[in-house]
Design a binder for this molecule. Structure first.
Ligand code: FES
Length: 238
């Protein structure tokens, strides 16, 4: 199939030298199956070496290439240009995070929220010699939440961080529920106190955007609602 020319309208911004973001246009010859990430690599190699973006695995595993593509947050390495069905492709950074340069955002605050929910197993008994085995049926509830790749797509589409930057956010709350639902973990009481404040599960708008955008099928809103129920029932003493 012959290459087709597409226009990429990319948000450029260097906080150290620019007063505000601007849009720069690039014409790219796109071949069948080419991803947005491959198009960005071509722009960087052949048209403009100053364009900044982040990637690593190129296989939808590392989570580092999330960006705003035609107004939707998506992984650039998993988004084919031809599948977007527009001649002009807009590309910008994931919302709700500070921009370091162009499409590269500061993930520091996002990772701090992840650490705030203590994302490690806290069992009651000492470590056995082998693995801590768990039956598949007991593991089923926690399993979907282990698929998170920390791409921050969910954080980028969530309406809450824009008005409450301290909100823990869907990724951290999904990670929190992953351990709350883990039958090997014994720190439920302590864990519930971590997300019971005004910036925890109660702040969620339950619009389910995070569930829709997650490239790995993690359902943060579902976990948030179960956690709310747990907090509510334990607060009632029932
Ligand atoms: S480059 Fe790793 S998820 Fe896209």
């Amino acid at each position: 199939m012959e290459p087709t020319a597409f226009t990429f309208a990319i948000e450029r911004y260097d906080p150290e030298s620019d007063e505000s973001p601007r849009v720069q246009h690039y014409e790219v010859e796109v071949t069948d199956g080419m991803t947005v990430l491959e198009a960005l690599l071509r722009i960087q190699a052949e048209l403009d070496g100053s364009l900044a973006f982040r990637y690593a695995c190129r296989g939808a595993v590392c989570g580092s290439c999330a960006m705003l593509i035609n107004g939707e947050v998506a992984l650039a390495c998993r988004t084919q240009v031809n599948g977007l069905w527009t001649d002009v492709i807009t590309v910008g950074p994931v919302p709700n995070q500070p921009v370091l340069k162009d499409l590269v955002v500061d993930m520091g605050p996002f990772f701090e929220k992840d650490l705030a929910v203590e994302p490690w197993l806290q069992p009651a008994d000492p470590a056995p010699e082998g693995e801590r085995l768990v039956r598949p049926a007991e593991w089923a509830e926690a399993e979907p939440y282990t698929n998170c790749i920390l791409c921050a797509s969910c954080h980028g589409v969530c309406p809450v961080p824009a008005r409450d930057p301290e909100y823990l956010g869907p990724a951290a709350l999904a990670k929190h529920y992953r351990f709350l639902a883990d039958p090997r973990d014994a720190a439920d009481d302590e864990r519930l106190t971590l997300v019971g404040g005004e910036h925890g599960v109660s702040a969620c708008d339950t619009v389910w955007k995070c569930v829709r955008v997650c490239p790995k099928g993690v359902p943060p809103t579902k976990g948030i609602l179960v956690t709310r129920e747990r907090l509510s029932s334990e607060g009632d003493g029932t």
